[in-house]
Design a protein around this ligand. Structure first.
Ligand SMILES: [Zn+2]
Length: 243
């Protein structure tokens, strides 16, 4: 009695394997070059070695996309680790990514594990920068997620002002935005601070977050100005630029 049942199971397995083989692959975008010399990149890769595994067992149509994402991570993860380095800190060196069939949102990180949603990346195959953003969170691994707008702002600052093309940089509406909006808004604010007030601001803020010593006084210590004053200066510069 068992034999026919086994045959059925085998046939089903073979059939699904054939379907997986024929699945149209999600097309990965081109990966931007890491903005350092080849010599410097080699040095960073030696200093911050990383293994990235991407599980596409549920989502085999992402095989090509995952291969491109691994290439991206091999170059950019050591660069991120260098941007957010602090004395004695060793960032995670094995990142486990999984692309889930059933998952809401786009992507999320817990420790060194990144979950990605097949639905989002099927609709937005060019959004590899979203994975870059999650790589930043892996390097950050701060003791606390506080303040969250700054954690997300640093991730988006590195993403939008280094990884993504200049044409894609976020535009902030000075009448609606707040520095505590996080993500692109805080990222753009940090970019302005780095260019106009304190070139080492992101590095110093990262060090404060890693030590878990952020306070209302941090901005003044790092840039010489409190947050409200800096934000007023930044939004004034946006209004002047748009006049
Ligand atoms: Zn994030």
């Amino acid at each position: 009695m068992l034999k026919p049942v086994r045959c059925v199971v085998l046939a089903v397995t073979l059939c699904s394997a054939a379907v997986a083989e024929d699945l149209k692959q999600v097309q990965p975008p081109a990966v931007p070059a890491v903005p350092v010399s080849a010599k410097k990149l080699d040095e960073l890769k030696r200093k911050y070695p990383v293994t990235i595994t991407i599980d596409t067992s549920e989502t085999p149509e992402f095989r090509d996309w995952a291969a491109a994402a691994q290439t991206m991570g091999k170059g950019w993860y050591p660069w991120i680790a260098d941007q957010l380095s602090t004395p004695g800190y060793v960032p995670p060196n094995h990142i486990k990514v999984k692309i889930y069939r059933e998952y809401d949102g786009a992507a999320a990180t817990g420790g060194d594990e990144i979950s990605m949603a097949a639905k989002w990346f099927t609709a937005h195959p060019d959004d590899m920068g979203a994975l870059f953003h999650e790589f930043v969170h892996v390097v950050q691994s701060y003791p606390s997620y506080r303040p969250s707008w700054l954690v997300e702002g640093i991730a988006d600052y590195l993403r939008w002002f280094n990884y993504e093309p200049v044409s894609a940089r976020p535009k902030v509406n000075p009448d609606r935005a707040k520095y505590s909006d996080g993500y692109r808004t805080t990222g753009a604010f940090l970019d302005w601070i780095v260019r106009h007030r304190a070139s080492n601001a992101v590095r110093r803020l990262n060090a404060v977050m890693r030590a878990d010593t952020y306070s209302d006084d941090t901005s003044r210590k790092v840039t010489g100005y409190d947050l409200d004053t800096l934000w007023a200066q930044y939004t004034a510069s946006l209004r002047t630029a748009s006049e």
